[in-house]
Every structure is written in structure tokens, then in C-alpha cells.
Write a protein of this length. Structure first.
Length: 192
């Protein structure tokens, strides 16, 4: 994303040029001219604790904390009933158009594990802790924007949460289920 304080430090015309250049780099359609004033007044000028947004042509600009983020067109909420079993040997296609990979583990997991999307209320035991933590709290602490959280793939062994994307790993994300040194990574399908 872009720094909101950095954008606000620019004059309005320079700010509009910076936003146009950034959108072009991201292969997004140009923001219609009249929406630059709306972006300034309703998104950039709001307080950091507000989740302000501006939409056009299916795309969205969202403010979260001190950042301005661009979201491409996609359904607002994923199908929370989606799930798959994954052995970790091959990339797993995710509902957001990306793939999930298990690096440094050519033989994959010791058994197929279930992958599903967030449904809410998930808990896990973090490394070095003896109690469960709410995944929601872990994602907030990791700085994951709210609109990305529903799309985060969760790795499960039976009813035990092992990992949330590559962001949060439970103490159980370890041998014998997961090979030593294995690392989760998501990427766009085109980058295969």
C-alpha cells in the first residue's frame, strides 16, 4: 500500500499524480478525475481507526491504519464452505486465484491435511505457549488487514489448527506432520 501520511504531505495535484502512477503500476483502471477529491475528503482525511473505502469499476481503495491499499475485483466474501485436502507436494489452488505452496519439503506432509477458509472463532496454541489464542487476535497483532482475513487459508489436522496462511503457525506445525524446515507460501498462479 501507500503511506497515507506521505500522500497527505503532497499538494493535491501531486497526490493525484502519485495515486494515478501507483494505480498504473498495479494494472488497475484509472481513478475517474472527480473521485480524487472524494479520495482526499473521505478516505485519506479520515481517522486511522476508520475503515474508509472508495470503489470504482469493481476495484477498491481502502484505508487501514496509515496505509492506502488497492483491492482488485473479487467477491466480497469467500465461500466459507470451501475446503480441500492437501499433501503439500504440489501447489494447492485457492479460491482467491492464488496457490499455496509448501517450500523445503519435496515429500510434503506426512499425511494429507485439510485446508479451509476462516469461519470465525478459530483458536490455536502458539509456539512456547500452553494456552489457546484466538486466531482473530493473532491476525490483528500480525497487521493483517480485515479484508484479507476471510481469504486466509487455514491448515488443519483433524480439529487442530496448524497454520493460518504463512502468517501464523501453531506449535503443532512441526514434525511429524510437517517436515523440519518446511515453509508455507502463497503466490499468484501466473508466477508459477
Amino acid at each position: 500500500g501507500l503511506s497515507v501520511p506521505g500522500l497527505l504531505a503532497l499538494q493535491a495535484t501531486a497526490r493525484a499524480r502519485a495515486v494515478r502512477a501507483w494505480l498504473r503500476q498495479q494494472h488497475a483502471p484509472p481513478l475517474p478525475g472527480h473521485l480524487h477529491a472524494v479520495l482526499d475528503a473521505q478516505v485519506l482525511a479520515c481517522t486511522p481507526d476508520r475503515a474508509a473505502q472508495l470503489a470504482w469499476a469493481g476495484w477498491q481503495l481502502r484505508r487501514w491504519r496509515d496505509g492506502l491499499y488497492l483491492l482488485p475485483p473479487r467477491p466480497a466474501q469467500p465461500d466459507t464452505g470451501w475446503s480441500a485436502y492437501w499433501d503439500g507436494r504440489q501447489p494447492l489452488a485457492l479460491p482467491d486465484g492464488r496457490v499455496w505452496l509448501l517450500d523445503n519439503a519435496p515429500d510434503g506432509f506426512s499425511q494429507p491435511l485439510q485446508v479451509r477458509l476462516r469461519r470465525g472463532g478459530e483458536r490455536l496454541v502458539l509456539p512456547g505457549r500452553g494456552h489457546h489464542s484466538a486466531l482473530k487476535d493473532c491476525l490483528q497483532q500480525a497487521g493483517i488487514p480485515p479484508w484479507q482475513r476471510p481469504w486466509l487459508p487455514l491448515l488443519w489436522h483433524q480439529e487442530q489448527l496448524l497454520a493460518a496462511g504463512e502468517v501464523v503457525q501453531a506449535a503443532a506445525f512441526a514434525p511429524p506432520l510437517v517436515p523440519p524446515g518446511a515453509r508455507l507460501r502463497r503466490q499468484n498462479r501466473a508466477a508459477d
